[in-house]
Write a protein that binds this ligand. Structure first.
Ligand code: 6YU
Length: 497
């Protein structure tokens, strides 16, 4: 096939790159990517902490197995450790939650006995599984996941833990608060009270034990970019407005207006900007405005902040086999996952740390996780203030005032003007229809205008793998395929009339 139609892609994240790759391979000669920043990759961003490689954005391949296109590409480009390639690793089905070995510390400076805590971990895992069941059943008892967990945990604790002493019971409920904060990071939501119970089960996991890229996630971007025709991407070229349904220019119904005043005419535009950006700028970004049903879905879907705080130490203060450290506040038995006074107590939202492994590769580096408005406030503080607060919290939870971080590095996704947060989640009242609306091209079906003028890709447009790299990649391929089949169905090498 040889196609002369002009296609502009807004955004050079994985979805934009995937779309360009597919179109270029299918014989589209006039494909351009406009990228607001000076780099490719978007939310795939590898940085450095001293000598260590750290991921500022996406971390893992979620579910690395045959059905995951990111896994298949990473394998093809030889970017993975041998362990990730083993059939055993690919067959492991953990429902999205790897069985990490925990160390649990409490705010009174004690290391908690896992035996006392496991019943809380088990109950929470059951409740999360049950939360995902409502999608298929319908008739959910609560609007949000947070309310469901709290009410059920309270009821079950009274029944199942009635013979346990009051202190241990209270501690287990505090652990549930900590696990709600973990889920805020997983979902990228300010609180689990913002995540819709009816839509929670829309997200699907793939088999395979999550793995990382030993030399950095950006290796995937570099390999894909090296296969694109040179000069296809224009960097530092932010798009201000997409003028579509441009009836005066019948040949090219779309005009893209850039921040620097340049106007680019095209037949099709694939918009891959993050949902956070879309929420903030949709009214300026489209002329005419987006149809109401699309706008409502943009509003109903959630887009929150999850940030990382990398901390390097001279020596470990956690066990050699530890993979995750939980920080449990002993005054949180009411099962809360947000703090009322963000400025004073933002650090209470940090659920704890994951340990960067293997130690021979990373040294003694922890990755702290913090979601929500507390995380957005953390971004406004200086690096010294963040380091100071992290040191204080470690002193308090370990009871050891001599532990000193060597270096700290944090992400700041909320204040990134081209992202405005981290990733999407299904908000209260969301349904599968909202994700369908997100991916629906413009003009909508039934219109007399030229079809497929504006197409939508990006993680927040995937019906079940939203919030992930593989989801984003698949949406880029999906929209490219939409154009490819459109041009295959009309005469080859002809732009549509
Ligand atoms: C994954 C993981 N991961 C951690 C953190 C973050 C994310 N994700 P892009 O934003 O990449 O590209 C858009 C481009 O558009 C960008 O370059 C802009 O500059 C540009 N742009 C914007 N406006 C423009 C304009 N006006 N003009 C021109 N250009 C413009 N995913 O698979 N594994 O470990 C993580 C993680 C801190 C921030 C992640 C992870 C999400 C992915 O990074 C993300 O989906 C894709 O990279 C997005 O690609 P894109 O192309 O769509 O946009 C049950 C249940 C629960 C549901 N969730 C469970 C899954 C958990 C997800 N976990 C994530 C966890 C981590 C740690």
């Amino acid at each position: 096939m040889s196609v002369n139609a002009k296609v502009v892609i807004i955004g050079c994240g994985i979805s934009g790159i995937a779309a360009a790759h597919r179109l270029a391979n299918a014989g589209f000669h006039h494909v351009r990517i406009l990228e607001a920043t000076a780099r490719s990759g978007g939310r795939i961003k590898t940085g450095r902490l001293g000598d260590n490689i750290v991921e500022i954005g996406a971390n893992w391949i979620h579910g690395p197995s045959e059905e995951n296109p990111v896994f298949c590409l990473a394998r093809q480009y030889r970017l993975l450790d041998p362990e990730a390639l083993t059939p055993e690793n690919q067959a492991m089905d953990v429902g999205g939650h790897p069985p990490w070995v925990p160390n649990i510390f409490s705010s009174s400076g004690r290391k908690l006995n896992p035996e006392d805590i496991y019943p809380a971990l088990e109950m929470f895992a059951e409740l999360m599984y049950e939360s995902s069941e409502f999608e298929s059943q319908g008739g959910e008892p609560w609007a949000c996941v947070g309310d469901f967990i709290r009410s059920e945990a309270k009821r079950r604790a009274a029944e199942e833990w009635k013979d346990i002493d009051a202190t241990t019971r209270s501690l287990r409920l505090c652990v549930i608060s900590n696990l709600l904060k973990v889920e805020c990071c997983v979902n990228g939501s300010p609180s689990m009270d913002e995540v819709g119970l009816g839509a929670y089960g829309l997200y699907k996991t793939l088999p395979g034990l999550d793995c990382t890229f030993p030399a950095g996630y950006e290796g995937l971007i570099k390999n894909l970019m090296s296969e694109l025709p040179s000069g296809l991407v224009t960097y530092n070229q932010a798009v201000r407005c997409v003028h579509w349904n441009n009836t005066e220019k019948r040949e090219n119904p779309v005009t893209i207006e850039c921040d620097d005043g340049e106007r680019i005419v095209s037949d099709h535009v694939i918009v891959t900007v993050p949902l956070g950006y879309l929420k903030k700028h949709h009214s300026a970004l489209f002329r005419p405005l987006l149809p109401l049903h699309k706008l409502h879905s943009i509003q109903r879907l959630g887009f929150g902040t999850n940030n990382k705080i990398f901390v390097e130490f001279d020596s470990p203060w956690w066990d050699a086999d530890c993979e995750i450290i939980h920080l449990v506040w002993e005054d949180e038995d009411v099962m809360v996952d947000y703090v009322p006074d963000v400025q004073r107590s933002w650090i209470k939202k940090l659920f704890g740390f994951t340990v960067l492994k293997p130690t021979e590769r990373y040294g003694h580096v922890l990755c702290g996780w913090i979601a929500g408005h507390e995380s957005e406030y953390m971004e406004t503080l200086s690096e010294q203030e963040v380091t100071h607060t992290i040191s204080q919290i470690i002193h308090r939870f370990t009871g050891n005032p001599t532990i000193t971080p060597r270096r700290v590095l944090r992400s700041q996704w909320f204040h990134d003007p081209w992202t405005c947060g981290s990733y999407s989640y299904p908000g209260k009242g969301c349904s599968a229809q909202d994700l369908d609306n997100m991916m629906e091209p413009l003009p909508t079906k039934g219109s007399q205008s030229q079809p497929l003028q504006v197409l939508f890709a990006g993680e927040a447009t995937h019906p079940c793998y939203y919030s992930t790299v593989h989801g984003a990649l698949l949406t880029g391929w999906r929209e490219a395929d939409r154009l490819i089949s459109h041009y295959s169905s009309i005469s080859p090498s002809e732009p549509p009339k």
